[in-house]
Design a protein around this ligand. Structure first.
Ligand code: ZN
Ligand code: ZN
Length: 449
């Protein structure tokens, strides 16, 4: 049995690794290469953080177990990952705030007792953890430094969470390969991340997959005089009918005023049906709003309730402040009232839809005011223009998110689909045009009848 199969059976992987995952494992474990990966949600990113050091353990069994350090900006994800890997028999741990940790745990981590250490960018650049990286255990056995959600290094680096940018200092403390992973990036962002981490293009292997999310159907509408009262009726009627069983939606707006306006509209539209049950108390409300100025208690409540499958909140109206650091798997609809600032930001927000693989929908209402040149980037403006002329929404977005080294086969296939032959099932067509986007839909036989 080769080493990868040994790892597979030892740690109970009951599925096959994908080709791109194997390339990443080998790049880090065998070739000792710094590696940059773009792997869309659901592709098995987390295996890439852990399997390399399990492989190195098989290659050098005489040495003490190797250590991998995974820097993740999302606490909930870290804890979730720790639990999953522990269940598989991997000695995994998360570095929390010191006050939350036992002194035994701290000592064990420092002495290299764990083989996978998850940590936030804030903690790892401070002591005792920063000094820990220089101790003998880590110097000898650290075989991977991984950065999850690497787009945050450049997006958050300057203001939101500056520590992510300081991760650079770790470069002087370690010599192991660095693995940088993200679900979406642009080429300029890739270069920016590499230069922030002081990585030269020649010493980095890129493994990048077109960040498509085929389980999300895309809708686009842009007309002058669009009225929210008319455009969002399909969803408010849905909540009115299904109440606390309604499909979950996040409605993104560009400003706090818009959040308040849309909230007002949805609540008025729903009337008594905005609450589940008879009593109109806050805890029964199906709709809520979120922005950077809400009070801490409300924020805490939304962040803990909305991700739950049986959440009473079914519709969250928010600015872009919501989403970072919150893991929600069962959002059915992402609705944008107004175009996002950039194509990348738009796709990241869409990426919060249907993470568990369900069929989701993303609706972009590009209001006239949101298309003002001062409000959006050139790439978003030109995207919206091409969508007005009927281009495939998916293809138009994804071609803006190509990074050098990406395998573009799926984009080519998308651009050259065979005509619809009307594979009709349960009254709807299953062709790729009808499942892709509202512009492609028009090429489906069924919509032409
Ligand atoms: Zn399309
Ligand atoms: Zn069709």
């Amino acid at each position: 049995m080769d080493n990868l199969n040994l790892v597979k059976s030892k740690y109970k992987f009951n599925y096959e690794f994908k080709e791109e995952q194997k390339i990443i494992f080998n790049s880090v474990a065998l070739e000792n290469m710094h590696t940059f990966g773009v792997l869309p949600t659901g592709f098995g990113k987390s295996d890439c953080f852990v399997v390399p050091q399990l492989l190195v353990d098989e290659m050098y069994p005489e040495k003490n177990p190797h250590i991998g350090l995974v820097i993740s900006p999302l606490r909930s994800l870290m804890l979730n990952q720790m639990t999953i890997w522990r269940e598989r028999g991997v000695k995994a741990v998360s570095i929390m705030q010191l006050a939350e940790m036992s002194s035994i745990d701290i000592k064990n981590i420092i002495e290299g007792q764990y083989s996978v250490v998850f940590c936030s960018p804030e903690s790892i650049v401070r002591d005792p953890w920063r000094t820990m990286l220089g101790n003998a255990h880590y110097k000898e056995r650290l075989c991977l430094l991984a950065c999850d959600e690497a787009h945050c290094i450049v997006e958050w680096g300057d203001d939101f969470r500056p520590s992510y940018k300081q991760v650079t200092v770790l470069r002087s403390l370690t010599t192991c390969p660095i693995l940088v992973l993200t679900a979406t990036a642009t080429e300029s962002m890739r270069q920016n991340i590499l230069s922030t981490l002081l990585l030269d293009e020649e010493e980095v292997k890129t493994v990048a997959i077109v960040p498509d999310r085929p389980n999300i159907k895309l809708y686009y509408k842009s007309q002058s005089g669009m009225k929210i009262h008319e455009e969002l009726l399909w969803y408010t009627q849905h909540i009115a009918t299904f109440g606390s069983k309604a499909k979950k939606a996040i409605i993104y707006c560009r400003t706090m005023t818009q959040v308040a306006d849309i909230y007002e509209f949805v609540m008025t539209e729903l009337g008594d049906k905005a609450w589940s049950g008879d009593s109109h108390i806050i805890d029964n409300r199906l709709v809520d709003m979120f922005h950077s100025s809400i009070d801490a208690d409300t924020e805490k409540k939304i962040v803990s309730v909305f991700p739950q499958t049986d959440s009473i909140i079914r519709c969250l109206i928010t600015t872009i402040a919501f989403g970072m650091g919150v893991q929600i798997n069962d959002v059915d609809h992402i609705i944008h009232w107004g175009a996002s600032k950039t194509v990348l930001a738009y796709w990241q927000q869409v990426g919060r839809c249907a993470r568990d693989g369900r069929i989701g929908q993303a609706h972009l209402y590009a209001t006239k005011v949101s298309l003002n040149k001062r409000r959006i980037s050139d790439d978003m403006l030109s995207l919206c223009k091409s969508l007005n002329s009927g281009a495939c929404i998916r293809h138009s977005i994804l071609k803006q998110l190509v990074v050098s080294g990406m395998d573009l086969h799926s984009l080519d296939v998308m651009a050259q689909r065979d005509p619809c032959v009307g594979a009709i099932n349960d009254g709807s067509c299953t062709c790729e045009f009808s499942t892709c986007c509202s512009n492609c839909q028009k090429k489906c036989i069924l919509s032409q009848i």
